[in-house]
Ligand binder design. Structure first.
Ligand code: FPP
Length: 240
């Protein structure tokens, strides 16, 4: 919370991850890119379990960006079928582990079959309370912010909202992440120092940990290491 000096809530309440480097991982091994994504899906399973073990309340994964649609059709298809397989395989685990699934992004762009499966698991896990896993799919932060601005402008034009009543809190409530606390820790793999249009509004005060490993090599021990690094930071939220 801005203005508060915190030293230190041990476990981040919300971890967000930019899972990068699947293609490079595959290339280094002379494998097709889809094999990198397949190995990356294994990392997703491990990291989800590690977060649950630590008591992390929210885990948000950047699984498919709005820009990823411009990749070759075969790669997009491979990613969608991996996602479907993951959802089918994981549905029972999510139940057993009491994990709720949510999704953010322009979900109506997903293939109808993928969307139907996603929706069914979101509904099925809606009451689970141990952890929330948020999949960012066809997600772009600028698009999300523009949509929020558009809804505010529409309400103002219709006389339903006084422009002076537009605060940061009101703006945040129009984002898709409304009711999800902001990430405390943002992890990006593969050593890249970029945000890539991910949760631009929500990461205002997040601690950023960049990990050199490619995503398919990022496993439980790496997550624990990133959390340890976070625990050594001193969060000031702009205060002294
Ligand atoms: C970035 O690697 C990764 C992605 C675009 C997709 C991430 C997807 C998965 C980990 C698997 C499926 C997801 C779930 C939730 C089961 P890149 O292809 O940009 O790698 P590069 O930068 O090395 O080319």
């Amino acid at each position: 919370m801005p203005g508060t000096v915190t030293k230190f809530p041990a476990i981040p309440r919300h971890i967000a991850i930019i899972m990068d480097g699947n293609g490079r991982w595959a290339k280094e091994r002379g494998l097709p890119r889809r094999e990198g994504h397949r190995a990356g899906a294994e990392s997703v399973r491990e990291v989800m379990e590690a977060c649950k073990e630590l008591g992390v309340e929210y885990l948000t994964l950047f699984a498919f960006s709005s820009e990823n649609w411009s990749r070759p059709e075969s790669e997009v298809r491979a990613l969608m079928s991996l996602l479907e397989r993951f959802l089918r395989d994981k549905a029972k685990d999510l139940d057993q582990q009491n994990v709720r699934l949510l999704a953010i992004g322009q979900l109506d762009r997903l293939p109808p079959k993928t969307l139907a499966l996603l929706d069914s698991i979101i509904v099925r896990t809606a009451r689970h309370s141990a952890m929330t896993m948020v999949l960012a799919l066809s997600y772009g932060a600028r698009e999300e912010i523009v949509a929020a601005a558009r809804s505010i402008a529409a309400d103002a034009a219709a006389g339903l909202l006084d422009p002076d009543a537009v605060t940061a809190e009101l703006f945040a409530s129009r984002l898709q992440t409304t009711r999800i606390p902001d990430p405390d820790l943002l992890i990006r793999t593969s050593g890249e120092m970029r945000i890539s249009n991910f949760l631009l509004w929500q990461i205002s005060y997040a601690e950023i940990v960049i990990v050199k490993k490619n995503w398919p090599d990022f496993r439980q021990a790496d997550l624990f290491e990133a959390v340890r690094e976070y625990q050594h930071r001193h969060r000031r939220f702009g205060a002294l």
